[in-house]
Design a protein around this ligand. Structure first.
Ligand code: FE
Ligand code: CA
Length: 530
């Protein structure tokens, strides 16, 4: 049996302890009177089939998450009560000898029986352990660290970046490996699910580049409504390796396009039809239900207040961006260059988020200012010939807002700005210039792009297409087309990124290695090998 990284095997204890059982009675009674009927079923099987997770740590707290599901692929998770009480506890040790916080939450049918507890009054910069219990069953144990004291001197942050986990294209071996890393946090940029149906095997025009069938297919058809999105999230989240990685460290989560629809942008006029908004609201609700995020990020209809900031001492400001919701439509389809890439009306972040980000950069006291986001910021030429072609779903398709952001950083002589990105199912490392075709002076910032967990199948280290991309783009320093994730070791002197790759994801026994380690020193955005 595969290790799930949770350690203590206490999955069927009748209760946490006598002390918490007494607290349970007290809390239950007050909830009864204040909020109406709670039903406590007795569970003969574990309702914690989707595991546990934690996220959005601050120096004083974090979110812990679970979701009750006896039958996760069924409507209403195989449960019937409208509201089910769930006990939770947070300990300073894996055996819960020292429980520092505990309480009761309510899993509500209308939120898919998800539980998001915002635990407060914790100590900064240390690991905590957490678990849930309901109806005589106890969840697996999760572990997550709080953030260090704000503005305090900090000598090291170790984080990972991951995303793009198409279930039907590869096993989650990268998650199994992620769970073994000792991380302060994981930035999960998005594509947690893919909304499409898996094409049938007798698909008339098979793509010769598509990954080999691995025997994992999406259940159901393309996700369009809440029930379908929930089932897709459940199918993905039932994976033991994914559960291990979610239970191993705090996640900072954003979405990319496939949580909603391929290449989705919020300001695509044709998409703003009533049907589109209903689909988006369903997609956003399912995303929220499954993610360890705070209530401040909960969708309001089809809108999600996603962008936010986390602070790690005086070392790292993590600006979590939303490059989908406020973005204008791609200028000219995808992967095509046209004059519209110079449109002055184009937007990636939207006015409010852009102003928020500029102020955050301007006011930052941190050594490293991180833009944790979704789509590639380098203006990479993807043309095989001397011509110039950009992927118009990337920042390069939005030259005016891209130039506005990079010029803002350059004009104020800000240093140590690092952009973290996903989306393209490749590891990339490169340097950011206002105009990458005509670089002037030193680079403005550095970009590290993390490859996919599974999307794209096994891939290859450097195929012909990737080699041509490397040759045509001097600002691009590294390309790899395999699966994995990136680990960043951040100190006051330098930022080092280890690009981890798997030899294969077509079966569950892939082997992980570090393909390349690249670094930037404080005060110099140029990439050097480490
Ligand atoms: Fe993806
Ligand atoms: Ca895409």
């Amino acid at each position: 049996m595969r290790t799930n990284g949770k350690g203590n095997g206490m999955t069927h204890l009748p209760d946490f302890s006598r002390r918490t059982a007494l607290a349970y009675l007290g809390a239950g009674a007050s909830l009864m009177s204040a909020r109406g009927c709670l039903t406590q079923p007795r569970f003969t099987e574990s309702p914690f089939t989707l595991g546990v997770a934690a996220g959005d740590p601050t120096s004083t707290g974090l979110v812990i998450w679970t979701r009750l599901a006896l039958a996760p692929l069924e409507p209403n998770n195989g449960l019937s009560a409208a509201r089910i009480p769930v006990r939770w506890e947070v300990g300073s040790d894996a055996n819960f000898n020292d429980v520092v916080r505990s309480g009761e939450a309510v899993a509500e049918r209308q939120w898919g029986y998800s539980v998001h507890v915002e635990v407060e009054a914790l100590q900064p910069g240390r690991p905590y352990y957490y678990r849930f219990a309901s109806g005589g069953q106890t969840s697996p144990t999760g572990r997550a660290k709080t953030a260090p004291p704000i503005d305090a001197p900090l000598d090291r942050v170790r984080m990972a970046m991951a995303g793009c986990q198409k279930f039907s294209e590869g096993y989650y071996t990268a998650h199994r490996e992620l769970a073994k890393e000792d991380l302060d946090f994981i930035f999960f940029y998005g594509d947690y699910i893919y909304e499409a149906r898996t094409p049938p095997e007798d698909w008339e025009h098979p793509n010769p580049d598509s990954p080999q069938a691995i025997g994992r297919v999406h259940l159901g058809s393309e996700c369009l409504n809440l029930a379908e999105y929930r089932q897709r999230y459940s199918q993905y989240t039932m994976d033991a390796d994914l559960q291990a990685s979610r239970a191993s460290a705090a996640w900072f989560v954003t979405y990319d396009d496939h949580e909603i629809n391929n290449n989705w942008t919020g300001r695509k006029p044709a998409y703003e039809a009533a049907k589109g908004l209903a689909r988006r609201a369903a997609a956003m609700q399912a995303w929220y239900e499954f993610m360890p995020v705070r209530k401040s990020v909960r969708p309001q209809g089809s809108a999600v207040p996603l962008y936010r900031r986390a602070v790690y001492g005086d070392l790292v400001d993590l600006n979590l961006l939303d490059t989908r919701q406020f973005r204008t439509e791609q200028p000219c389809g995808t992967a095509i260059y046209c004059e519209d890439v110079d449109s002055p009306d184009a937007d990636v972040l939207g006015k409010a988020q852009e102003t928020w980000l500029f102020n955050a950069l301007n006011n930052s006291k941190a050594q490293w200012k991180v833009l944790a986001q979704q789509v590639v910021m380098m203006d990479i030429d993807r043309d095989k010939s001397p011509g110039y072609l950009v992927a118009s779903d990337s920042w390069a398709g939005y030259r005016v807002p891209r130039s506005r952001l990079l010029s803002y950083i350059k004009d104020r002589e800000m240093s140590d700005v690092v952009v973290l990105t996903g989306d393209v199912h490749r590891h990339l490392a490169g340097e950011l210039y206002v105009d990458g075709r005509n670089p002037e002076g030193p680079p403005v910032a550095t970009e590290f792009v993390g490859t996919s967990i599974s999307s794209g199948g096994n891939g290859s280290d450097l195929n012909g297409r990737n080699r041509r991309m490397l040759e045509a783009n001097p600002q691009l320093r590294f390309v790899n087309g395999q699966r994995g994730y990136a680990v960043c070791e951040i100190t006051p002197e330098r930022w080092k990124t280890d690009f981890k790759v798997l030899d294969k994801v077509s079966d569950p026994n892939g082997t992980m290695s570090t393909r390349s380690s690249l670094a930037v020193a404080t005060g110099d955005a140029r990439i050097v090998s480490s």
